[in-house]
Ligand binder design. Structure first.
Ligand SMILES: Cc1cc2nc3c(=O)[nH]c(=O)nc-3n(C[C@H](O)[C@H](O)[C@H](O)COP(=O)(O)OP(=O)(O)OC[C@H]3O[C@@H](n4cnc5c(N)ncnc54)[C@H](O)[C@@H]3O)c2cc1C
Length: 489
């Protein structure tokens, strides 16, 4: 008997889940439902007039295995590109001026002190305090600690505000005083526990670099694809459909119900359902943002639904603008800059896309991305697209000295786009996983759980798929009693 699985959400988490299901068992009947007309969720690439425009993620971290791993499975490994080596390095905005990020910052932690000694980002006092990290004893308590508290305790306030916070902001758009260290950078706490401190831990990690099984060093840094991140979503779509899976875009799932025909499994209630769309499934994977997953799961687990609803999300926007290079006051080298919260500006980071990556803009043109909407400054997103474009252009003119008008500017808004792993996040994840885990045949995946980066989301989708596969293999179809009587927990 063919087993059917419904996947709700066609972002990278849901697509990776559907792919894993079919790669493992092509006889499965897998259907993906995606609310938007296009697939990919936050992955959104537009190509026009020689530009490759990323409205969401522009790359993924190579050290986390599932980005490269999935690319390999999809036949995309040969298409992976690294940032343009001619333009290495990035900057921090410091009192209105661009200052290079000191070399040797590995995983947010200085692994070499000499570049720190030279940087104008820290005062002499701040540098001495950072170096004194070697003398700071590990904290005994294992209570969840905020990222800011941890970094200030070990490296001092200046290092936090001027070095670490702006780099971290680029990942979560978050407020380090509320972000959970254990949920965001558990490796930092491990360095403290295992090596006695961050600097010692970073030095040890540098000398004991892990090698691939063939003896080569693993790729480091960020990777993308020549025509943008949408290549990944397109390849997943092609693979899922070639394996017999079905994808419905423009289709919102509004509820998960017990099956109405009296058989085991679940019915999906679908807004504006075309009569022919399949709706009864043996198992379901929910791969939507947390705020969309919460109401879907509430009839099945109150605890999971409450924990999902308790995950704060911030909205953000990317303003993409293109200029003739003749509009620039001076030539630029590097990938862009980050803006510390203490600078008190609406733009939190700027990527010089066409310098970071080759072939992202026609010759003699510069493509730039400005990020707006950090936690605690959500009011910056008030106003229409022209307002946001105005904020971004004012920033680029002031900091980069760009003159005149852009060739074009586009705004990409991500309403509730970034989950915040605030203090207590791992407890919330435990409640979600325990609550959903107790419902036979329903699994959850997504960036609200154990990592917001693309490789983490892939791993999350694949884990959900593996759980469904394991559950089907154990010959454990949802019984009528379990399905119909699943109590709210
Ligand atoms: C501006 C920005 C820049 C980023 N940059 C990077 C980067 O450079 N590198 C990196 O690794 N990560 C980056 N991230 C993070 C990463 O892109 C996301 O965490 C990841 O793409 C989320 O994938 P997902 O599938 O879990 O969720 P989503 O991409 O949000 O997908 C969930 C999907 O579910 C759909 N959906 C919701 N409700 C329903 C419903 N009821 N029925 C059907 N479908 C529904 C949504 O339409 C959506 O398509 C960035 C994020 C943002 C917002």
């Amino acid at each position: 008997m063919t087993r059917s699985i419904g996947v709700i959400g066609g972002g990278i988490s849901g697509l990776a889940a559907a792919h894993r299901l079919l790669a493992h068992d092509p006889t499965l009947d897998v259907t993906v439902f995606e609310r938007e007309k296009r697939l990919g969720g936050k992955i959104l690439t537009e190509r026009r007039d020689g530009y490759v425009i990323e409205g969401g993620p522009d790359s993924f971290l190579s050290v986390k295995p599932r980005g490269v791993g999935l690319s390999r499975e999809l036949g995309l490994e040969g298409r992976l590109i690294e940032p343009d080596e001619r333009n290495r390095g990035a900057f921090v905005l410091h009192r209105g001026a661009l200052v290079p990020i000191p070399e040797g910052l590995s995983g947010l932690v200085p692994s070499r002190l000499s570049p720190i000694v030279k940087t104008p980002l820290l005062t002499r006092r701040g540098k001495l305090r950072l170096a004194a990290e070697l003398l700071v004893r590990p904290r005994r308590s294992d209570d969840d600690e905020s990222l800011a508290s941890f970094v200030e305790r070990r490296l001092g306030r200046e290092a936090y505000e001027r070095l670490i916070e702006p780099l971290m902001s680029g990942i979560y758009a978050g407020d380090g005083r509320r972000l959970s260290l254990a949920a965001t950078f558990p490796n930092l706490r491990l360095a403290e526990l295992n090596h006695g401190g961050l600097i010692r831990g970073a030095v040890a990690a540098r000398t004991a670099a892990v090698r691939n099984s063939d003896g080569t060093l693993p790729r480091r840094g960020f990777l993308s694809y020549p025509t943008g991140m949408a290549e990944l979503a397109a390849a997943l779509r092609a693979r899922i459909e070639a394996a017999g899976g079905t994808i419905h875009t423009g289709t919102t799932v509004s509820a998960i119900r017990p099956r109405s025909d009296g058989r085991a499994g679940y019915d999906l209630e679908i807004d504006g359902l075309a009569p022919a769309l399949p709706r009864a499934f043996d198992a379901i994977i929910v791969a939507t943002p947390a705020w969309a997953a919460s109401p879907l799961l509430r009839p099945w687990s109150t605890a999971a639904a409450d924990a999902l609803a308790g995950i704060e999300h911030v909205s953000n926007a990317i303003v993409v603008a293109a200029f003739r290079t003749s509009r620039m006051a001076r030539p630029l080298t590097g990938t862009g800059y980050v803006v510390p919260r203490v600078e008190n500006r609406p733009v939190m980071a700027v990527t010089w896309s066409s310098l970071k990556w080759r072939d992202r803009a026609p010759a003699d043109h510069l493509l730039v991305r400005a990020f707006i909407g950090r936690a605690g400054r959500q009011h910056d997103l008030d106003g229409d697209d022209a307002h946001l474009t105005g904020l971004a252009l004012a920033e680029l003119r002031e900091v980069m000295g760009i003159r005149g008008e852009p060739e074009f500017a586009s705004v990409f808004r991500w309403e509730g786009g970034m989950p915040q792993y605030n203090l207590g996040h791992l407890d919330r994840v435990a409640s979600i996983e325990a609550g959903v885990g107790a419902v036979p045949g329903i699994e959850i995946a997504g960036n609200m759980l154990r990592g917001v980066g693309i490789p983490d989301c892939i791993a999350s989708g694949e884990t959900a798929a593996n759980n469904v596969l394991g559950w089907l293999a154990r010959g454990h179809p949802v019984t009528q009693r379990e399905s119909l009587a699943a109590p709210a927990r």
